[in-house]
Ligand binder design. Structure first.
Ligand SMILES: [Zn+2]
Length: 413
């Protein structure tokens, strides 16, 4: 079934949503629970109301708008994303998947073609972590990974908690337990999102079908030697932790390339040098290692390599070494049947597509372990995202949303 989506209506709504923005002229800033977020939600609610959808909002602010099917007891098909942004972000990250799901559901509703399962547009709250430094907070609450206690403990830099902010925005965090996602109530979830990288653009392909989302492991390595005079200390009598760190970093690149999966990436993105003065041998170095892979074995291989190499390199220079775990998220495999269905639907429409992995995490990752979940990507111009220059071509948006409508209908019929 090929639905015709209203491209002009969708692009206008994308532009409209971009106006609910704390930093006009400097990208889009719309944090969850802010006045701008409230206005953007009112805007969406008015569209949901005009479509006659039944709306529910949970204690974390996740919003669901439901188009009934012929069987009200059948498990629902979900699609959506988030509308919050980073500071000075763009107009497309999250909103394409939110308004795209809305347009897809509207196209299905307007077609009058029958479907058995309800279809819901879902708008996740606080995906970007802009308030509390923790991503996917809304979807984590929805699947029970964040309790009310966690929402009380998650605080912004001013000390205001997620639960407090949710209350001030009119939600009732105490009721979150009543809204937890029950796997039996959901048939499938499909999230459309901008790719936020250059793979699709470089291939000239408008749609990516995501098979897996990379896990991310971050460790901090702390090395201590002896700070001393850079002129008076002979090379043979130094305990320089920066030189030791440099040897370890060079090995990390080798470990990532040789992890065996072919998909591992590892990055040293942050270094602190103390005292960081040109004529003093450093006394202490701290640096992060961020490792990503869609296969857990790749991440583990780099970690094992670091654990084997780093102590030896440090010891050979009489440097102390500590490896501290900072964060850890597992790789997520998406549903193979939804990927195949997406491919078939794309073929029927003559939309070129390619199977790929995601290096960024999305709300769909929280749902994937409990319900059949798929993701579709469309290209980001220049691969840029989380910046005001973020852009996706209306042609690609139209293709992605058309395909989404077909996939949602096939899952719901
Ligand atoms: Zn996003």
């Amino acid at each position: 079934m090929a639905f015709s989506i209203d491209r002009d209506r969708l692009i206008k709504e994308l532009e409209d949503l971009g106006r609910f923005n704390r930093t006009p002229e400097e990208g889009v800033t719309r944090f969850s629970f802010s006045p701008e977020d409230g206005m953007a939600r009112e805007y969406l609610l008015s569209i949901f109301a005009s479509m006659g959808l039944k709306v529910s909002v949970d204690g974390a602010g996740n919003m669901r708008a439901r188009l009934e099917g012929s069987d009200p007891d059948a498990p629902a098909v979900l699609s959506g994303s988030h509308i919050d942004t980073v500071l000075h972000g763009g107009c497309y990250d999250g909103t394409v998947g939110t308004l795209g799901a809305l347009e897809a559901v509207r196209a299905i509703a307007e077609s009058d073609l029958p479907h058995r399962h309800p279809i819901e547009v879902i708008v996740f709250s606080e995906e970007e972590g802009s308030n509390f430094g923790s991503t996917l907070s809304g979807s984590k609450a929805l699947v029970g990974k964040y309790s009310l206690e966690d929402m009380e403990n998650l605080k912004d830099p001013e000390g205001k908690s997620m639960a407090e902010m949710a209350r001030d925005a009119g939600y009732e965090p105490e009721t979150m337990a009543d809204f937890l996602l029950r796997p039996g109530d959901i048939r499938a979830m499909v999230e459309l999102h901008v790719e936020q990288s250059v793979v699709l653009e470089s291939m000239g392909v408008p749609v990516g079908i995501v098979e897996a989302v990379a896990g991310i492991r971050v460790v901090e390595i702390r090395m201590k030697g002896t700070a001393n005079h850079a002129g008076a200390t002979p090379m043979t009598l130094r305990r320089d932790p920066l030189v030791a760190a440099a040897h370890i970093m060079a090995q990390i690149e080798t470990l990532a390339r040789g992890s065996g999966t072919g998909t591992t990436v590892a990055t040293v993105g942050k270094i602190a040098c103390f005292p960081n003065v040109s004529n003093i041998i450093p006394g202490e170095i701290r640096f992060t290692v961020e490792i990503r892979d869609v296969k857990a074995a790749g991440i583990q291989s780099v970690l094992d390599g670091i654990s084997a190499l780093a102590p030896a390199i440090a010891a050979s220079r009489d440097i102390s070494l500590e490896i501290i775990s900072v964060s850890d998220s597992d790789p997520v495999q998406l549903d193979g049947d939804i990927a195949s269905l997406s491919e078939e639907c794309a073929a029927k429409r003559d939309i070129p597509c390619v199977r790929m992995n995601s290096g960024a995490v999305h709300d769909a990752c929280m749902l994937a372990p409990i319900v059949a979940t798929g993701m579709l990507f469309i290209p980001s111009r220049g691969g840029r995202s989380h910046v005001p220059e973020e852009y996706s071509d209306p042609d690609d948006i139209e293709k992605g949303v058309s395909l989404l409508a077909d996939v949602l209908y096939e899952l719901a019929r």
